[in-house]
Design a binder for this molecule. Structure first.
Ligand code: 5RP
Length: 218
C-alpha cells in the first residue's frame, strides 16, 4: 500500500466507530477527505455532520450530508480527524491544513477523538513537523518574537488566511518533550487564537493505516 492507500484504508475503518442516527464530528485534510467519501456511503444511517472547516463542509454538502452548526448540538459522540504527527501517548501536532482552531473546538465537544492516519505520522517526539499557531493579524510580529524566546523559528504561512480571518505562524525547530506544557504556554500568549498541539485533549483512538493492514490503537 502506498501512503494514499493507507490513508484511505484508515478512513474507511473509522466508519466502524459511528453509531446509527448520530451526528458525526468531521475534521479536515486529505485523510478526512477519504473519510467523507466513505461516510457518504452510509449517509442514510446518520443524522449528519459537524465540520471543522469550510473545505470539509463543502465536501460533505456535495455528498448530500447535512452539516449542522456546532451551537445547535448538545453533544457529539465522535470526532474523526487526521494528524500531522502523533506520539504513542496520543499527543498530536495538527493544523497543516490551517483548520486547527475549529478542529480543537469540535474535538473539545466530542466524547471520543478518533485519529485516522498513515504510519508516516507516528513519531517518538513531536516537532519535526512545524507547529502551526493561529494568530490575530495585528499580533503577528509580537507573537513571532515570543515564539523565538520559546526556542522556535516562526515563519508566517504565505497566502493563507484561516476560516476565522487570521494568519498562521509555522514554528520550526521545536523538540517538544512536554507537549501539554508547551500547548498551555503558547496559548497564553496574547494574540494567539490557538496552537496546533493537541496534547491536553489528545486522541482516544488511533486508526493507523500501515503497509500491511489497519491497526486500531487505544
Ligand atoms: C488540518 C489538519 C490535518 O488533520 C492534518 O494536516 C493532516 O492532514 P492529512 O490528512 O492531509 O495528512 O490538522 O488542519
Amino acid at each position: 500500500m502506498n501512503q494514499n492507500d493507507m490513508k484511505k484504508a484508515a478512513a474507511e475503518k473509522a466508519l466502524e466507530f459511528i453509531q446509527p442516527d448520530t451526528i458525526v464530528g468531521v475534521g479536515t485534510g486529505s485523510t478526512v477527505n477519504y473519510f467523507i467519501d466513505a461516510l457518504a456511503q452510509i449517509k442514510n444511517r446518520i443524522r449528519g455532520a459537524v465540520s471543522s472547516s469550510e473545505q470539509s463542509s463543502q465536501r460533505l454538502k456535495d455528498h448530500g450530508i447535512e452539516v449542522f452548526d456546532l451551537n445547535s448540538i448538545d453533544d457529539l459522540d465522535v470526532y474523526i480527524d487526521g494528524a500531522d504527527e502523533i506520539t504513542q501517548y496520543m499527543a498530536m501536532i495538527k493544523g497543516g491544513g490551517a483548520a486547527l482552531t475549529r478542529e480543537k473546538i469540535v474535538a473539545a465537544v466530542a466524547k471520543k477523538f478518533i485519529c485516522i492516519a498513515d504510519d508516516s505520522k507516528q513519531v517518538d517526539v513531536l516537532g519535526n513537523f512545524p507547529l502551526p499557531v493561529e494568530v490575530i493579524p495585528m499580533a503577528r510580529s509580537y507573537v513571532a518574537r515570543e515564539l523565538v524566546k520559546l526556542g522556535g523559528d516562526p515563519e508566517c504561512r504565505q497566502g493563507v488566511i484561516t476560516d476565522n480571518g487570521n494568519v498562521i505562524l509555522d514554528v520550526y525547530n521545536l523538540h517538544i518533550l512536554d507537549p501539554k506544557a508547551l500547548e498551555t504556554k503558547i496559548n497564553a500568549l496574547v494574540g494567539v487564537v490557538t496552537n496546533g498541539l493537541f496534547a491536553l485533549r489528545g486522541a482516544d483512538i488511533l486508526v493507523l493505516g500501515t503497509a500491511t493492514d489497519v491497526k486500531v490503537i487505544k
